[in-house]
Ligand binder design. Structure first.
Ligand code: SF4
Ligand code: SF4
Length: 176
């Protein structure tokens, strides 16, 4: 009957309002109240260290290759013992979409997502973080992992100086 249908249509919205008036609110009064995100929450990126305190990053560029928005850049270098490192390492958080692909790609677990979500800035240039801003003094989610204990330090002899290893190719000899 149209009268009953109309009556129900009028009363039902009030009933929904009344019912929700006594429910616990899902919102919180941020920033006075803060919610603790789960440990695997994807927010500010950090560069971690191995248990010996050394930098885990070997400047392999895999994270920057995996990044869909190209917001990671770096310059690689090599120590005399063959251990690679990044002379500089930069992330533009103004472009980052916090997808976590860089952390997935990292073979040394150097780059990790942290639950720290409170780092917004007024100027987007302030969202560009350098290596010294990203580097922390702990191992992050797996503090015992040490990449070089598994992989060894790549180059202890000059290139081509190890058994069954070819020397580097002089690209100028390939010229026509
Ligand atoms: S979280 Fe995603 S967008 Fe941000 S730096 Fe890593 S790969 Fe790039
Ligand atoms: S953070 Fe990881 S993936 Fe990125 S360059 Fe360093 S070692 Fe490679």
């Amino acid at each position: 009957m149209p009268l009953l249908r109309d009556l129900k249509g009028t009363v039902q919205p009030f009933w929904v309002t009344l019912r929700n008036m006594f429910r616990k609110p899902v919102t919180i009064q941020y920033p006075e109240e803060k919610r603790q995100p789960p440990p695997r929450y994807r927010a500010r990126i950090i560069l971690t260290r191995d248990p010996d305190g050394g930098e885990r990053c070997v400047a392999c560029y895999l994270c920057s290759a995996a990044c869909p928005v190209d917001c990671i850049s770096m310059q690689s270098a090599e120590q005399p013992n063959g251990r690679r490192y990044a002379t500089w390492f930069r992330i533009n958080f103004a472009r980052c979409i916090y997808c976590g692909l860089c952390a997935e790609a990292c073979p040394t677990w150097a780059i990790q997502m942290s639950p720290d979500y409170e780092f917004s800035k007024y100027a987007s240039i302030d969202m560009v973080y350098e290596k010294e801003d990203l580097l922390v003094d702990h191992g992050g989610k797996d503090s015992e992992y040490n990449y070089y204990r598994h992989a060894g330090i790549g180059v202890v002899n000059p290139r081509g100086g190890n058994e069954d290893e070819y020397g580097p190719v002089d690209i100028k000899t390939n010229m026509p």
